[in-house]
Design a binder for this molecule. Sequence first.
Ligand SMILES: *Cc1c(COP(=O)(O)O)cnc(C)c1O
Length: 399
Amino acid sequence: MFSNLRNSIRLTTRSANLGNILSRMSSTATQAALDASKLVIHKTENPKQKLPNEKLVFGRSFTDHMLEVPWHKTSGWGTPVIKPYGNITLDPSAIVFHYAFELFEGMKAYKDAKGHIRIFRPDKNMTRMNKSASRICLPTFDSEELIKLIGELLKLDKSFIPDQRGYSLYIRPTMIGTTTGLGVHAPEDALLYVVCSPVGPYYSTGFKAVRLEATDYAVRAWPGGVGDKKLGANYAPSVKPQLEAASRGYQQNLWLFGPDKHVTEVGTMNFFVAFQDKNGKKELVTAPLDGMILEGVTRDSILNLCKEKLDKSEWTISERYCSIKEIQEKAQKGEVLEAFGSGTAAVVSPVKEIGYDGQHIKIPLLPGEEAGALTKQIAQWIAERQYGIVESDWSRVID
Ligand SMILES: *Cc1c(COP(=O)(O)O)cnc(C)c1O
């Protein structure tokens, strides 16, 4: 009996030890967080020839290096590596190729007058990237760690950031599911990578106002859908309607939604329209963030700046839906002041006409110019903050 007791005591101690070992094993097996201090850098031995500024085309040429961080379900985030820009090799059955486990971000780095690198509100992009990742079962991460890693990539490729006003370095953080096999399930492996492309002003000759085709036969996003996430799956289906609009002489789609034909977004930009009623009261309108609208960093910046700077006795800033009918009726009464799209690539893109139901809705521009007064003012306010001409906590100095 005593020996039995001893045995059972020994067993309990042994199982307690086993428990310790197991819990230690599982703590080493807990998922590692994304950690910028683990960064490894392999520099290129073949630096690229840089294009002169006037030859830069959006998203066509890339810098010398890229950032890669692998992730695995049990081990978590692996070692971040900066290495020469180059191909990614994946199994043809990788889940990204079949079920669109892909998301991306778009942000920019600018060189200021003193030669410092600045990025504009990167925390907003990181928050949005984490929301996109979470929606398609890809891993989330600490935003500040990825900002640090992107900062290291920018420092290494600093010579690619053009220093002319209007020029910048477009940064494309991307995440894909890389698990092999054709089952539809949550990815067990992922790859986060970041590439950078030097870019010129969206319109080489200042602004260029565009014509939009109000589109109701195709829908960009819907309630309960993923229109508010930057998932690759949202973009492929938008190209055919754009080609159709282009065949009728329009540069972009003005996406409508629902029985009231609410205006949601324009192409891959948020949409703003300014009205003025017969008493002179002005209103700047953009669609509310109801799950269908992409939460643009530029949109948010414009709303903040307009609330701060526009005269409150004159202006109302509204996040509300307006219908294409409202725009049409107000345009007929001369109550539409101007309209523009907003996004990182072009900042603001002025609109001069909307085609709807066989009608041409004319949107005013300043006489002899390609934008309205407010559109120009907003473009200036934002550029001053991006290039650090006006200091603000929106602009982060990297180096
Ligand atoms: C990226 C994007 C925008 C603009 O977002 P920014 O953060 O301002 O660049 C707007 N609409 C759609 C559909 C987008 O993909």
